[in-house]
Design a binder for this molecule. Structure first.
Ligand code: PCD
Length: 806
């Protein structure tokens, strides 16, 4: 090394690589109102589409009269199922192997269902015309309860499936039954449960809710009839998959379709599925020859696009008298609404719910999930969780608490006693997963110590005594959770969506002057990929992150990938990025050796350069190497410095965490106050600690909303009672608790940089922590289980039913 060379640590810091809390490069435009969202797009001659939607949850359509609407000046077309039928587009395939009406075909099955699509010169004319379309309905009996839906005499919801005794996931045993999915060993589990010392049994309900991104769903479809190219800008979390599906459905050759996801204002799973609005906009653009924009309003988003959860989970868990868990059984009744449009990898009709043995070493388990049709909106998306993992984590973390009550044991101690031990990894779970790595005891002990758990329990005991003595009306709840997530779908061999294997990709081009562009198959919706993926590369290829542009979301330029959801970007595309970087570095090594006139093996990597072994003063920086790649004829090497990697992960990654919520509850008003919320996350190698902290704050806030008030509620005739933000709880900074974040680092053994996902973890972990805090506050007064969301009224009701109001 010569005197001019800055020391290693200084060079490493200058790269802003792995581990740096690099400021988000996206925020320069976001904080100045310069983002580029779908609704910012204005194309010449653009038309606007808007839906006529059903006011009924179940009704036959007797007639649709659009004459008055068509007569309104500015209205260009009104599409109904009859117009789409000749193109065979009045129904579309769902991600779950079912079919779904694009526009109501003979009947409607949920409130807010799309009935007709009005296309007009501007949005206001379209909205006025929607009011003028006359639809005659004949009401039919409504089923909103998935248990009643399975009664022998329940109304037939899906007449199109009449007589079909099997569906995409096997046999159907009733006209409203979709599938049964079973995992684990039923007989062995029953045997253990029937002879166990202690068995706790409970029905745990995870209510229906909605991702509710600030930006609703929308698109602009533009068919260029001259060159035959269809361009669709849209809020898509998986742009390439949308392109392939659009080609298969429409018959337009795939190279003639360009899908662009511009900036996206939050996805949270809401923007994974395909909605009628996309199909109708594309058809309308083909029919009119003009670009057609469709943007949902807030009510449409809440009422009609993909819901989340709605799982009734009946659990039984057994243990020895001293609290060693011996078996677990779970039966889920899954309310999928009118069509099975659940967004899961094809072979997993209940997603990865079979992670429901959680962080515990449970020797035998059995799971059965029954999917059921009801008169509710379709969906079943992974709202900030990897395909039903939040339901699974909620289930097991509630069951642990219920078991602790039955055993008369401290719930923290029960967890400690049953955690999978560090030396058991890779761990084979009873329901079929291989957990890659973990160190649960270390994380748990750190968390308990951080909140002074023993002190809190002492305080709680005093509070209970004070309450009983009439000195206070405030209870103290300590909500514990230790969760294990499963993120990073693939592997291709068992994960696909509509037949597309779930790999991901990165393509890098290094420019002659030593800056670069990387393109990925994923798409950020706010996560900060442009910041973090450049950091992975900076460390791999020794060029500063600030000199690397990261681009996603345009199918004409990005390599094929399966998109961003299920916290898969870091585990899959992040791995592809590291691997592509390593290909660059391998070629750079040959170039450096040539320039330094030594053998390839005689140079070694040193942060941002190759150095001749034993002669540190002789080196070539990556910047020099990049230039040489374009201006030297190097024998045996092609010019240029580019690489692409398509990465099929060997396994998923299993991030985990320990969350503790301390909550004050007013017995008389049902109000709560979060006194402390501690979140310890282990996502393996941390790329950007600041972004991770932001992810935890965001996810925990969504979890807070879900646990404490947010829901999509229906009345008995299928009216959505929470269709506006007046009724649907979306916390503002006023309600949002303060969080303390912490971490441990247990790298993934199979990921090239050891990273696991983190974006969803805080939702998976926080919901049970908040809910357990509510339950824990009332444990001493006899509460075992009460359903979320724990809004003021429900908490008040719990106290009331326990006789605490005198
Ligand atoms: N990271 C770091 N480190 C680690 C991991 C991670 O740093 N270790 C970071 C990365 O890079 C990014 C983030 O963090 O940036 C995240 O990541 P992940 O976990 O991998 O994930 P992704 O794939 O990217 O994403 C996804 C997620 C999800 S799934 C969701 S819901 C949500 C989350 O993400 N969403 C959202 N977050 C968020 N944020 C925002 N802002 N926005 C949004 O929208 Mo789903 O399934 O879809 O339901």
């Amino acid at each position: 090394m010569n005197d001019m060379t800055p020391p290693k640590d200084e060079r490493a810091v200058a790269l802003k690589g792995l581990g740096a809390s690099r400021k988000r490069v996206e925020d320069v435009r976001f904080t100045q109102g310069k983002g580029n969202y779908v609704d910012d797009l204005k194309l010449p001659g653009m038309l606007f589409g808007d839906f006529v939607r059903s006011p009924y949850a179940h009704a036959r359509i007797k007639s649709i009269n659009s004459e008055k609407a068509k007569a309104l000046p500015g209205v260009v077309a009104v599409l109904t199922a009859a117009d789409l039928a000749p193109l065979n587009l009045h129904w579309m395939p769902t991600l779950a192997g079912d079919v779904q009406m694009v526009l109501a075909d003979g009947k409607v099955l949920f409130q807010g269902q799309e009935v007709a699509f009005v296309v007009a010169s501007d949005r206001y004319v379209a909205a006025d015309a929607v009011e003028l379309v006359e639809v005659e309905y004949e009401e039919l009996p409504v089923v909103v309860d998935p248990f009643k839906a399975q009664a022998p005499d329940a109304p037939v919801l899906r007449e199109d499936l009449a007589g079909k005794t099997s569906g995409a996931h096997g046999p159907r045993r009733h006209h409203n039954h979709i599938f049964t999915w079973e995992q684990g060993d039923r007989d062995a589990t029953e045997k253990v449960l029937s002879s166990a010392d202690v068995v706790a049994e409970e029905m745990i309900y995870y209510h229906r809710t909605h991702p509710c991104p600030l930006e609703t769903c929308g698109c602009v479809a533009s068919m260029d009839k001259v060159n035959g190219k269809l361009t669709v800008h849209g809020t898509f979390q998986a742009p390439h998959a949308v392109r392939t599906v659009a080609s298969l459905i429409s018959g337009i050759a795939e190279h003639n379709i360009r899908i662009i996801s511009p900036d996206i204002g939050g996805g949270f799973g809401n923007k994974v599925g395909v909605y009628p609005g996309y199909i109708c906009s594309i058809v309308a653009s083909i029919v009119t020859g003009k670009p057609v924009k469709w943007i949902e309003d807030r009510m449409e988003n809440l009422m009609a696009t993909a819901f989340a959860r709605d799982y009734w989970m009946k659990g039984r868990i057994s243990a020895t008298k001293d609290g060693r868990i011996t078996g677990l059984s779970c039966h889920v009744t899954a309310d999928h609404g009118a069509f099975d449009a659940c967004a899961d990898p094809t072979k997993f009709p209940a997603g990865f719910f079979n992670i429901c043995t959680g962080s515990y070493d449970i020797p035998v388990a059995h799971l059965a999930v029954d999917g059921v049709y009801t008169n509710k909106a379709p969906g079943g998306v992974a709202y900030r969780c990897s395909f039903r993992v939040t339901e699974a984590a909620y289930f097991i973390e509630r069951m642990i608490e219920v078991l602790a009550i039955k055993l008369g044991m401290d719930a923290a101690e029960l967890r400690t006693k049953n955690f999978i031990r560090k030396e058991q990894f890779p761990y084979q779970s009873a329901l079929g997963w291989e957990y890659d790595s973990g160190d649960y005891h270390t994380a748990w002990d750190k968390a308990l110590k951080a909140v002074d758990y023993t002190g809190l329990r002492r305080e709680q005991a005093e509070r209970i005594a004070d309450f009983k003595a009439g000195k206070t009306r405030q209870l103290l709840g300590i909500g514990l959770t230790h969760f294990t997530e499963i993120v990073g779908a693939g592997p291709v061999k068992n994960c696909d969506i509509l037949g597309l294997g779930m790999f991901d990709s990165c393509e890098i081009r290094i420019h002659p002057t030593g800056s670069a562009i990387a393109r990925l198959g994923t798409i950020s919706q706010g996560q900060g990929h442009a910041t973090t993926f450049a950091q992975i590369l900076a460390t791999e290829i020794g060029l500063p992150a600030d000199d690397i542009t990261v681009e996603e979301g345009d199918t004409d330029t990005a390599p094929y990938g399966l998109g961003t959801y299920g916290s898969r970007s870091t585990p899959v595309a992040g791995a592809a990025t590291a691997m592509a970087g390593r290909k660059i570095r391998a070629k750079a090594q040959m170039i450096a050796a040539y320039l330094l006139e030594v053998h390839d093996d005689d140079v070694e990597w040193d942060i941002d350069r190759f150095v001749v072994k034993g002669a540190p003063e002789r080196f070539k920086t990556m910047k020099e190497i990049a230039f040489a790649a374009y201006n030297q004829a190097i024998p045996g090497l092609e010019p240029g410095l580019e690489a692409v990697s398509y990465y099929d992960p060997p396994n998923m990654t299993y991030p985990f965490g320990a969350y503790i919520c301390v909550m004050e509850i007013d017995v008389d008003t049902g109000e709560h106050k979060i006194r402390q919320f501690y979140a310890l996350d282990d996502c393996g190698t941390r790329i950007n600690p600041m972004i991770i902290e932001g992810q935890v704050h965001g996810g925990a806030t969504e979890g807070y909303a879900i646990a404490m008030g947010q829901e999509i509620a229906y009345d008995e005739i299928g009216n959505v009672k929470t269709g506006t933000l007046m009724d649907f709880f979306l916390p503002t900074s006023w309600e949002t608790p303060h969080y303390t974040t912490d971490f441990t680092v247990t790298p993934s053994p199979h990921h090239p940089i050891g990273a696991k996902g983190v974006g969803e973890s805080p939702n998976v972990g926080s919901v049970p922590a908040f809910s357990n805090a509510v339950h824990d506050a009332f444990r001493a007064f006899g509460l075992t289980q009460s359903h979320m969301p724990h809004d003021h009224w429900r908490i008040w009701k719990v106290a009331h039913d326990l006789g605490m109001h005198g």
